[in-house]
Design a protein around this ligand. Structure first.
Ligand SMILES: Cc1ncc(C[n+]2csc(CCOP(=O)(O)OP(=O)(O)O)c2C)c(N)n1
Ligand SMILES: [Mg+2]
Length: 330
């Protein structure tokens, strides 16, 4: 019998099952999007695969009805946890008018949804960091009990916005949690060719904040560290840098062929640590994910993914004139 680690963290069996369900939904939606792309039905996919545990573990440690998130393109697990629906994600993939992220303008995975406090992101990577720091500054000035949570890739952590954002957050002790999702690659560039030091989290020292490197394949470890970071932030102790290490299981995007720069053996090795399986094993060993519940969750998710696909495929495109909207205030 495995030790019950989630109870020590104050998580109920229902909560960890919900975590698993959210991770699996992200994975299954992502897998469907690849099929749709290869069938010529949607133009582009950029995957969460391999990063679901970090995304969902962190999100469950936040207050999902108060906190703000500034996710990056791989964060399907974060936006699902914060209330974006499968239908909405598919509407975005199909570039349909009803897509809350862009009204069908694309790019997919450029998340943004005001009602769920998901900040709109830009295509240049890392621009979300100063934005999230700004939200944290506003929360501090307005004395609100919330934190701002921002994510990015390890490659993006080498960009100036990261330094500017984290330095400002450190100086002003702002309630912002930055999570670098280290998936070992920035497109074709492996992390040892991106970073002069071993750990992204070591940089925290230079910004006057605590930094932690955690196993990004373990949702409970990520949950714990983000939960503690949130408590410190609400106590006025300022920001935290978290580095969640996992592996990018797919090519960079549907337009990339990763066979050009990494061996299949390396990918196969990483798949052994895939959180979708390791977390399921943990839950099975504790008899929380029983055969019966597994069948039920699988069926339920299949239905959600099928429904989202059908709904989005049949939904109308935006009117051409709509392209003129949302640039200037009307
Ligand atoms: C400022 C900027 N430079 C380059 C790009 C092109 N680009 C898009 S994703 C990416 C790789 C980012 O790698 P990483 O931060 O590790 O994130 P990952 O894709 O691995 O999750 C690059 C270079 C961009 N979008 N913005
Ligand atoms: Mg990366």
């Amino acid at each position: 019998m495995a030790t019950n680690r989630h109870e020590e963290l104050g998580l109920s069996n229902e909560q960890v099952l919900e975590m698993y369900r959210t991770m699996l939904l992200a994975r299954k939606l992502d897998e469907r999007m690849w099929l749709l792309n290869r069938a010529g039905k949607i133009p582009f996919v950029i995957s969460c695969q391999g990063q679901e545990a970090a995304q969902v573990g962190a999100s469950f440690a936040l207050n999902r009805t108060e906190d703000y998130v500034a996710p990056y393109y791989r964060d399907m697990g974060v936006v699902l946890a914060f209330g974006m629906t499968a239908r909405e994600l598919m509407l975005s993939a199909f570039a349909k008018a009803e897509d809350p992220n862009s009204g069908g303008r694309q790019m997919p995975s450029h998340f943004g949804q005001k009602k769920n406090r998901i900040l709109t992101g830009s295509s240049p990577v890392t621009t979300q960091v100063p934005h999230a720091v700004g939200v944290a500054l506003a929360a501090k000035m307005e004395k609100k009990d919330l934190v701002s949570f921002v994510t990015l890739g390890e490659g993006s952590s080498n960009q100036g916005d990261f330094h500017e954002g984290l330095n400002f957050a450190g100086v002003h002790k702002l309630p912002v949690i930055t999570m670098v999702e280290n998936n070992k690659y920035a497109i074709s560039v492996p992390s040892n060719k991106q970073l002069g030091n071993e750990k992204v989290s070591d940089r925290a020292l230079g910004y006057g904040m605590p930094g932690f490197t955690v196993d990004g394949n373990d949702p409970l470890e990520v949950y714990k560290i983000v939960k503690e970071a949130r408590e410190r932030a609400l106590n006025g102790e300022g920001p935290t840098l978290v580095e969640a290490v996992s592996y990018r299981l797919t090519a960079h995007s549907s337009d990339d062929d990763d066979r050009a720069y990494r061996d299949k053996e390396e990918v196969d090795e990483a798949k052994k640590l895939d959180s979708i399986f390791t977390f399921a094993t943990y839950l099975k060993e504790l008899d929380i994910l029983t055969d019966e519940i597994e069948v039920q969750i699988t069926n339920e998710i299949n239905n959600i993914v099928n429904d989202a696909t059908d709904y989005a495929e049949n939904a109308p495109y935006a009117e051409p004139e709509d392209a003129l909207k949302y640039v200037y205030e009307e």
